[in-house]
Design a protein around this ligand. Structure first.
Ligand SMILES: Cc1cc2nc3c(=O)[nH]c(=O)nc-3n(C[C@H](O)[C@H](O)[C@H](O)COP(=O)(O)OP(=O)(O)OC[C@H]3O[C@@H](n4cnc5c(N)ncnc54)[C@H](O)[C@@H]3O)c2cc1C
Length: 356
């Protein structure tokens, strides 16, 4: 199971799948949509370009406390993600992580399924209902603006340029340049040093925006000569041949310097872009999908939008608004997935959860 999927099942990339509902985006609102659809007897597959669930909460502010989730006076982004995953788990959603949904096409030979989604990892998903919970778009790592950096991407882990670490053991005995000053940079500097990598941390100033305890540990390792802090430092280039990285060049304290390196890990944060969703023929206003606030329906029959990506007059971009939109979408979806079944409104208290 994928580490970022908590107790949910993550499918291998590729292949063709069918579900009642496909949810684009495993952020807090996408995860809650699994619960709402599940309560109405619908099966869900969920796709996210990130290799973990939780959207902005997990990717941008895992440690920050959120105070406005009803019934949870305080929960960090990570804790909320874990709780939502646990709430979705009884409905056994299938996750397709680390892959962007590129295309949404209408099939439609009469009976369901009528929508086909294709991902960048060649996974094909068919469903009669699609719920787009894509936030403000797909997360992509911010790449340093270095000439020829692309030539060193896509190498096996432990060599070349990577924007996430999946296999820390691959860095054992390697010379690794980590660029950035946030939690990812500091956490991985510690973790890879622990696993026997020689780590250089390049950051533009001698102040780190990471958990103070971890910054302290990193500085202590630097004092012992186990990590080298290259501050103030700025990446200026990457050198090597045939895709194999040999060195990273930096301006260190206003002087050019070459650091022999096997791997470069730039941790400059994430950017969100609407990406392919803009080409799916949906009604848009300023990069948001126009919806009917009473059903979450878009201009495509069977396609709903909820959470940050959904727009209507007086929309409040809050997690709790997205939760409510997920309930509207699930109730509207029921009539499409089960056209011959009447929907009898029931509370969760009377209905209960599936036996697990
Ligand atoms: C620092 C910070 C603090 C915040 N504090 C609060 C707060 O206190 N209270 C509150 O209510 N809100 C808060 N918010 C806002 C809140 O995080 C968002 O409203 C919430 O995350 C929206 O959830 P979502 O599921 O709609 O979208 P997101 O969390 O953005 O998740 C969308 C997911 O969809 C994925 N995706 C997009 N396009 C594709 C595609 N084509 N293929 C595959 N995957 C795709 C993205 O990778 C992402 O994981 C805060 C935001 C920030 C940045």
């Amino acid at each position: 199971m994928n580490e970022g999927a908590f107790n949910l099942t993550a499918a291998a990339a590729g292949g063709a799948h069918e579900a009642d509902v496909v949810i684009v985006g495993a952020g807090p609102v996408g995860l809650f949509a699994v619960f709402q659809c599940g309560m109405l007897g619908m099966t869900c597959h969920v796709v996210d370009v990130l290799d973990h669930v939780g959207g902005q909460c997990a990717a941008l502010y895992p440690e920050k406390p959120i105070y406005d989730i009803p019934g949870l006076p305080e929960a960090s982004g990570q804790e909320l993600t874990e709780r939502l995953s646990a709430q979705a788990a009884p409905f056994a959603p299938v996750l397709h992580l680390d892959q962007q949904v590129m295309a949404l096409e209408q099939g439609g030979e009469g009976a369901a399924p009528t929508w086909t989604l294709r991902t960048a990892a060649e996974t094909e998903l068919r469903a009669s209902v699609v719920i787009i919970a894509a936030g403000v778009g797909a997360f992509q790592p911010k790449r340093p603006p270095l000439d020829s950096i692309g030539a060193f991407e896509g190498q096996p882990e432990g060599q070349g340029v990577h924007y996430a670490v999946r296999d820390p053991g691959a860095y054992r005995g390697k010379r690794v340049v980590i660029a950035g000053g946030g939690d990812s940079a500091v956490d991985w500097a510690l973790a890879l040093t622990d696993r026997g990598a020689k780590v250089y941390v390049v950051h533009r100033r001698d102040k780190f925006r990471a958990a103070p305890g971890n910054v302290g540990r990193m500085r202590a390792l630097a004092d012992d000569g186990l990590i080298e802090l290259v501050v103030p430092g700025q990446l200026t280039g990457v050198d090597g041949d045939g895709g194999a990285l040999r060195a990273v060049t930096v301006m260190h304290d206003a002087k050019p310097r070459t650091i022999p390196a096997d791997a470069l890990l730039p941790f400059y944060g994430m950017a969100q872009t609407l990406g392919p969703i803009a080409d799916w023929g949906l009604g848009l206003e300023r990069n948001r999908i126009l919806t009917d606030p009473t059903t979450a329906a878009t201009n495509h029959p069977g396609v709903f939008a909820i959470g940050d990506i959904a727009h209507y007059p007086n929309k409040l971009k809050l997690i709790l608004t997205g939760f409510s939109e997920a309930a509207f979408a699930a109730h509207a979806a029921h009539g499409i997935v089960f056209p011959d079944k009447a929907l009898h409104f029931e509370y969760s208290t009377t209905k209960g959860l599936p036996a697990g």
